[in-house]
Design a protein around this ligand. Structure first.
Ligand code: HEM
Length: 229
């Protein structure tokens, strides 16, 4: 009898993760750019305006429609991603544990321009912190969004934040945090293009799920850098 793996071969980023990641990326970008147009109509900081060239919607009313359209895929896709990440164990496998020592060591390496990402199966301390952080901020963003969208119907949610104005400020602060994340995240993806390719194609097979017979016939089917993990 031919030996078989404990579970079917799985890629670094299974199809479901890639699909959810890209739906999320497009929704978040649509929300940010339409949000900037909505903000311009009713600014929070007197000195801050967003140029029309970098906003989505053209008119505040149209921007609102884009915003209300994109919030559904973000919220629904986000819920499925959370359920999938928890149920499949992906969150624990990829994002935990987060050790302060690892975060400091990664920051030190980055400052010395030693930004390696040889083992795609292993996120470094900063990546783990950023991914868990951005997931938490997006959850908060959906909640503050609900609070300022329908403050009467979601008065309990407004209550969590204290007031409508606090929710509005936190929604703005969440936008700043997510925009900052996107800038760093996209810059790193472009700096290490194999990570971007893997988020499109799925990347290499997880070593633990490669059938023994495939490994014997084609040892390169394994990620060469993750075999000792
Ligand atoms: C449009 C621009 C984006 C690009 C090009 C991009 C690219 C990537 C790439 C290449 C990875 C894999 C990183 C690695 O293996 O080291 C990744 C993972 C991830 N990205 Fe993005 N991303 C984008 C937007 C976003 C946005 C807007 C968010 C959230 C607000 C986000 C959240 C995440 C998360 C949480 C992961 C980890 C996924 C997991 O392993 O389950 N990304 N992204």
């Amino acid at each position: 009898m031919t030996p078989s793996p404990a579970r079917p071969p799985r890629r670094l980023h299974p199809f479901a993760v890639r699909l959810m990641h890209w739906i999320n990326a497009v929704s978040v970008l649509m929300l940010i750019f339409s949000g900037w147009k909505i903000y311009d109509d009713y600014p929070i900081l007197s000195w801050l305006r967003f140029d029309d060239a970098i906003t989505l919607g053209g008119h505040p009313e149209t921007a609102l429609q884009w915003h209300f359209f994109a919030m559904w895929p973000l919220a629904l896709n986000g819920l499925v991603y959370l359920a999938y990440g928890i149920a499949s164990g992906r969150f624990v496998r990829r994002f935990l544990p987060i050790r302060i020592g690892d975060v400091v060591a990664t920051l030190r390496d980055t400052l010395h321009l030693r930004l390696g990402h040889d083992d795609l199966f292993h996120y470094n301390g900063v990546q783990k912190l950023l991914y868990v952080g951005v997931i938490a901020v997006v959850i908060l963003q959906v909640l503050t969004g609900l609070a300022i969208w329908k403050p009467v119907q979601f008065s309990e949610v407004v209550g969590i934040f204290g007031s409508f104005q606090t929710a509005r400020w936190l929604h703005f602060a969440g936008m700043v945090a997510i925009s900052g994340f996107v800038v760093v995240h996209v810059a790193l993806a472009l700096a290490v293009p194999k990570t971007l390719l893997a988020m499109i194609t799925g990347g290499p097979l997880e070593p633990a799920t490669i059938p023994v017979e495939t490994m014997r016939a084609n040892p390169m089917s394994m990620n060469p850098t993750s075999e000792h993990r």
